[in-house]
Design a protein around this ligand. Structure first.
Ligand SMILES: *[C@@H]1O[C@H](CO)[C@@H](O)[C@H](O)[C@H]1NC(C)=O
Ligand SMILES: *[C@@H]1O[C@H](CO)[C@@H](O)[C@H](O)[C@H]1NC(C)=O
Ligand SMILES: *[C@@H]1O[C@H](CO)[C@@H](O)[C@H](O)[C@H]1NC(C)=O
Ligand SMILES: *[C@@H]1O[C@H](CO)[C@@H](O)[C@H](O)[C@H]1NC(C)=O
Length: 433
């Protein structure tokens, strides 16, 4: 073996000693995931969830996770104008569908109460930045959506928890992502702390009913006459954690951050509680969550895995909790590594040979969003696409913030070493021949 190749071997070794940066997607790959998301989001919560993905990934100055005070600038900075365009398309569509009248009404007709409210942040931003000089049309649409929630048409439980559904009182963990983030943002934009308090209170009431102490995680659905689901649905837990993080960040960046210390403390505790339950009790060597966390007879679901990991990176940057970063890293690396191993991502514009993505960028296998005991082997779930974008964006922000918890991650990454070491052996082997 010549000295030069020994040197090359040492360089290769040093290069490979930083394996974690290798399991990244190229921006074009993330955009491919996003284009599937854009074309497939049709239902109210999918549109709202897509809006959040756009803010987190592209229009970052207008995301509640931006490291800036809220409300955001009403004069849009030049570099945010392009990225906000799809948000404006969503807001315009809402007016075209007839919102913005005189009476309390949801932003979109739906049998769910909470889901249409998920579009609310886009409408609040349209009002705040005076989109298309529509006078008070966006304002009215947002106010009507808020007021609708407190009409008699919307059922509530005895404590005032707003039902996820219109037909009777039923609480779904999903609602924590759809409703409270809208309320919190509404309160901050309109300078009305009562509405921010409502965001926190709704979460508290949902937590009261859905968190199961003995299981360490949230049930999916309680109450109502049909569709009850006492199971510990993985996506529902991810919705809850991610929704609480959005509310936390909204409060934290508002002028009430100091006044609402106790509320923030609770939100932090409840997010940590979910992470502890999920990763300490229900996470195995696959690095992927089961569709029902505690039920080994249910399939591995990449969708909930991605949103849960996103919430861990956000908990690190926003709440200063780094404990579960190693698990999020394991999940992210598992989802984003090609079958042939790290460093083999040759085509940065598509997904060639990924276990967890189809060639054209669908995350898989994922739970069917409208029939949640069913698995979609080839993906095609709009919300799953948004979750993949959110995981990537949350991870990117975590890196920019200094990768806190990463050293713990290096130690805990047994499964990553298992991928890296064989490829290292192959490369070193080729030097030795
Ligand atoms: C972010 O912007 C890029 C470039 O315009 C676009 O391709 C992508 O779809 C956007 N992402 C989302 C989540 O909309
Ligand atoms: C709409 O925007 C204006 C600022 O232009 C703000 O004063 C008002 O509170 C906003 N209303 C809502 C419902 O967001
Ligand atoms: C603040 O919001 C509450 C709840 O929607 C409402 O009753 C109250 O009138 C609002 N206060 C102001 C000053 O607009
Ligand atoms: C990547 O894949 C696309 C789609 O199959 C193909 O058109 C392109 O040439 C490939 N690029 C590289 C560098 O292999």
């Amino acid at each position: 073996m010549k000295a030069s190749s020994r040197l090359a071997g040492a360089v290769a070794l040093a290069f490979l000693a930083q394996p974690i940066a290798a399991q990244e997607l190229a921006e074009e790959q993330v955009n491919l995931i996003s284009s599937r998301l854009a074309a497939s989001s049709r239902r109210s919560w999918e549109i709202g969830t897509r809006a959040q993905a756009i803010l987190e990934h592209n229009a970052t100055r207008y995301s509640v996770f931006a490291n800036n005070d809220l409300p955001p600038p009403s004069n849009i900075p030049g570099d945010q104008q392009g990225p906000l365009n799809p948000i404006w398309d969503i807001a315009r569509q809402v007016l075209q569908n007839g919102a913005g009248g005189n009476d309390p009404a949801p932003l979109l007709g739906d049998s769910s109460v909470a889901d249409p409210a998920s579009i609310g942040v886009a409408v609040l931003l349209a009002n705040w930045t005076n989109l298309d000089q529509k006078d008070d049309q966006y304002e009215r649409a947002a106010r009507n959506q808020l007021n609708f929630l407190y009409t008699d048409r919307v059922p509530k439980n005895g404590d005032g928890a707003i039902s996820h559904r219109l037909e009777d009182v039923q609480l779904w963990s999903d609602a924590v992502f759809m409703l409270p983030p809208f309320l919190a943002y509404y309160g901050v934009i309109t300078d009305n702390k009562t509405v921010v308090d409502q965001a926190y209170n709704q979460i508290r009431l949902y937590h009261d009913q859905l968190y199961d102490k003995s299981a360490g995680v949230w049930r999916h659905i309680v109450g109502g006459s049909s569709d009850a689901d006492n199971g510990y649905w993985a996506t529902g837990n991810a919705w809850a954690a991610a929704g609480m993080l959005r509310v936390y960040a909204t409060i934290d960046h508002s002028k009430w951050s100091g006044k609402m210390k106790n509320e923030k403390k609770d939100l932090k505790k409840w997010v940590e509680e979910i992470h502890k339950g999920v990763y300490d009790r229900y996470f195995d060597g696959e690095n992927i969550l089961r569709n029902y966390l505690n039920d080994p007879n249910t399939f591995y679901d990449a969708a909930s895995t991605a949103l849960m990991a996103a919430s861990v990176y956000r908990a690190s940057t926003v709440m200063d909790i780094h404990t579960y970063v190693p698990y999020a890293e394991r999940s992210r690396i598992t989802l984003f590594t090609p079958n042939s191993g790290p460093w083999t991502n040759q085509n940065w514009t598509r997904f060639t040979d990924y276990e967890y993505f189809t060639t054209d960028g669908w995350l898989r296998p994922v739970v069917n969003p409208t029939s949640i005991k069913e698995k979609l082997d080839d993906g095609q779930s709009p919300e799953a696409q948004a979750f993949a974008v959110m995981m990537h964006s949350a991870w990117r922000d975590w890196r920019w913030a200094g990768e806190k918890g990463k050293n713990a991650a290096d130690r805990a990454l047994g499964s990553c070493a298992a991928v890296v070491i064989p490829s290292l052996a192959v490369i070193l082997g080729s030097f030795l021949i």
